[in-house]
Design a protein around this ligand. Structure first.
Ligand code: KG4
Ligand code: ZN
Length: 363
């Protein structure tokens, strides 16, 4: 098939998304619609799976219609229907898979179940045309892992968080400091006026020779540092919040940079023809982290890329793209027995992690 037009559907956490992608020798995002649910979950301090699933079920048809309309493409012009089949909050994934199955059954189009993480991991090929193999750091509210992307369905996991994801740590830490959600941008903002050396927070597992990381202890250390400032009934001053934010952000940055350097070493041993480090996920928006990663990549002789934020965070264009990659590589479609999977590791040969973010699978 020389031209492929694919509808992508994503509903694995708290974004209901649909997109239309076309491959004609070059990649085109014809439309990419995302309906977030932040407002629905705001009062609960996290994503409530039942509320998310219901909202997805209510919104999926509308988003699909909008994506087709904005792309100027009719259902009959599509070559395939792609949908996130996991990992994620099961109710949301089931909503998306049911919607995609309905469309596939009605149109007779091939159905393609996509791994959400593969969607993130393959995005740098959509946006920057990266050649295989490249190193990917996925760093979001629900995920944190290093992957060598060898091919459209070939991923080698080098390591990741053993407890909280960094975005989750940013969000929880912001709460401890009385800053608004999402915590990442709030902490980054406060840190601009802060002294990162006033509080020395831990850099867990830094000396260990592997690529695994831990972020939950960092949050506890921040809580202790905060409580020390507040001893004797002291109120947290603006400068205290700025310094605590700066110290926290520096610790996350240092751990991610050091482990990225280690992952790059393992990746470079594969002698890639065009060495590249790509980063994806909401935390990749952090400027201090980006600068540190850029530096680490340059030192290793690798190109550094980060997709634009709209394709870095959850979206359906990456799902449509992953399906196009599979079809171009000669992979086959799924059928109506496709099932939704709450857990679905990309690298089945890698040891399972102790945890992978408690906010639900999101990357
Ligand atoms: O990829 P994403 O939109 O999906 C989720 O995993 O939810 O990532 C959202 C996460 C949140 O935890 C948010 O606090 C974090 O990314 N984040 C940031 C920044 N912007 C968003 N973390 C650090 N610095 C930022 N500038
Ligand atoms: Zn994601």
């Amino acid at each position: 098939m020389s031209v492929l037009t694919v509808l992508g559907i994503e509903s694995s956490c708290d974004d209901t998304a649909a997109a239309v992608l076309r491959w004609d020798g070059a990649a085109h995002v014809l439309s990419s619609e995302v309906s977030g649910q932040t407002d629905l979950h705001a009062a609960f301090g996290g994503v409530v799976p039942e509320i998310a699933a219901r909202a997805h079920a209510e919104r999926l048809d509308l988003m699909v219609e909008l994506a087709l309309q904005n792309a100027g493409v009719a259902l009959t012009e599509l070559d395939a229907i792609a949908v996130t089949a996991g990992p994620g909050l099961i109710g949301g994934v089931v909503s998306g898979v049911m919607c995609a199955k309905g469309l596939a059954a009605a149109t007779g189009l091939p159905l393609i179940g996509v791994n959400h993480l593969a969607g993130h991991a393959l995005t740098p090929r959509l946006t920057d045309g990266l050649a295989f193999p490249y190193l990917m750091l996925l760093v979001s509210g629900g995920h944190c892992q290093f992957l060598i992307v060898h091919g459209p369905e070939s991923f080698e996991r080098l390591g990741g968080t053993i407890d909280d994801a960094p975005g989750e740590a940013f969000d929880k830490s912001a709460r401890l400091l009385g800053l608004p959600q999402p915590g990442g941008p709030a902490i980054e903002n406060a840190a601009q006026e802060g002294d990162e050396e006033r509080f020395s927070l831990p850099r867990p597992l830094l000396r260990e020779p592997h690529c695994d990381m831990s972020f939950s202890g960092l949050k506890t250390a921040l809580l202790r540092a905060r409580d020390e400032v507040m001893i004797g009934g002291n109120q947290l001053k603006r400068q205290d919040v700025a310094d605590l934010s700066a110290g926290f952000q520096a610790a996350v940055r240092d751990v991610l940079a050091a482990k990225t350097a280690r992952a790059l070493e393992a990746y470079m041993a594969h002698s890639p023809a065009e060495p590249a480090l790509a980063v994806a996920g909401g935390v990749a928006a952090n400027q201090a982290l980006r600068a540190a990663l850029q530096d680490v990549a340059a030192k290793a002789g690798a190109r550094f890329t980060a997709p634009p934020l709209s394709l870095c965070t959850d979206n359906a264009a990456m799902i449509g793209w992953a399906a196009i990659e599979r079809l171009r590589a000669g992979g086959s479609a799924d059928d109506l027995t496709l099932s939704a999977r709450p857990r679905w590791p990309l690298d089945t040969a890698a040891l399972p992690m102790l945890g992978s973010g408690k906010k639900g699978a999101k990357a």
